[in-house]
Design a protein around this ligand. Structure first.
Ligand code: GDP
Length: 194
């Protein structure tokens, strides 16, 4: 895919604002602050196309980026401690509405901070993905924050935590050092063309 040619397309705060489902979609899911914007920007080789926000959890919108042959779908982050019940309900309505809309969803990239075990919300999201049957992979973010030994330990531990997901691809990623970028680009291109 020509990732460099991506452009911001639209933001949907309501289900009637989703774009026409006319391109293979690759969606990104993770808790607020996991590094989702940084990963999208790194894959697209852009400084700040996806907004790297200082105030996590602020906007509940699905943001769309289009490029020839695919659309990237930035789902709103979850797990922001200060979210109210009504904000959580809005999040669920929007995200479940997106997954139930019968869109050409080819891949979900589930981000998990490599330094920590999956949160309860991460596990809930993975359960939901398994339920929907959407193909997904796990990107372990901020791997540059670990040394080699810690990285191997965290990898082994996360593989156990994620065993219930079966044989999903697990990709260690760093937006700072670039680990995993080429691998993700390859997997995204394959998914979009399948
Ligand atoms: P989002 O809320 O999931 O979109 O997360 P952001 O992309 O805004 O990143 C949250 C914070 O983590 C920011 O301070 C980023 O600079 C930092 N961050 C994101 N990815 C990485 C990474 O790969 N390595 C390091 N060291 N920091 C990262």
């Amino acid at each position: 895919l020509p990732f460099h040619a991506a452009a911001f397309e639209s933001a949907a705060g309501r289900l009637d604002q989703l774009p026409q489902p006319n391109a293979p979609e690759i969606a990104f899911s993770g808790r607020s602050n996991v590094g989702k914007s940084s990963l999208i920007n790194k894959v697209l080789n852009r400084k700040s196309l996806a907004r790297i926000s200082a105030t996590p959890g602020k906007t509940v919108t699905i943001n769309f980026y289009s490029l020839p042959g695919a659309r990237l779908v930035d789902l709103p982050g979850y797990g922001y401690a200060k979210s109210s019940q009504s904000e959580k309900a809005r999040w669920s309505g929007l995200v479940e509405g997106y997954f139930n809309a019968g869109r050409p969803l080819r891949l979900v990239v589930q981000l998990i901070d490599m330094r920590h075990p999956p949160t309860a919300d991460d596990l809930g999201m993975l359960d939901y993905l398994l339920q929907t049957g959407a193909p997904f992979l796990v990107a372990l973010t901020k791997c540059d924050k670990l040394n080699k030994t810690q990285r191997a330990q965290r990898r082994a531990s996360l593989e156990e935590d994620l065993a219930f997901c079966g044989s999903v691809p697990i990709v260690e990623f760093s937006a700072v050092k670039g680990d995993g970028v080429e691998e993700l680009r390859g997997l995204f291109s394959e998914a979009a063309q399948a």
